[in-house]
Ligand binder design. Sequence first.
Ligand SMILES: [Zn+2]
Length: 178
Amino acid sequence: MQKQIVDPLDLKTYPAACLRTKTVDVKDFTEETRGMVRAMADLMYKNQGIGLAAPQAGLGLSIVIVDAGCGLKVFINPKVVKRSREKDTLEEGCLSLPGVGVNVARPKEIEIRAKDRDGNVVSGKFDGLEAKAIQHEIDHLYGKLIIDYMNPVARFISAGRFKREMRKKRFGDTIKVL
Ligand SMILES: [Zn+2]
């Protein structure tokens, strides 16, 4: 059995300060780093998310994980190096904003450069839901949330819904929770 070196992580929800704090790059790729990635994956799967960024677990590091149905992908210190001009819109949810769905227009295709959990440089092109999820998670590394894409009226209307959902902590079936 694998020794648990990082305690289970808790999900942080809005307005936790860690969600608005820019992360720092990971410099050392140790067993602890890999343990954090495993603990993040446990937290994401437990909450049925398809992506999670370290700030959502209270960690101030540039780590993003995504599993949009094609297996777990780990991006450490990720950078978007190319984005398609063409955008499309998806109603996105966020594990840190229970009950809130926001239509967000993002580039359809992106190219990412990052490191894996062993510190090797990795790159890849992504589209569809995976591209959306990766972009959503990278926003978290800069303290950006889906509510920042809302116009002020939509934000006002959803505030009441958000407060109700915070008490219930659940989503409808149609929103992709990232
Ligand atoms: Zn999110």
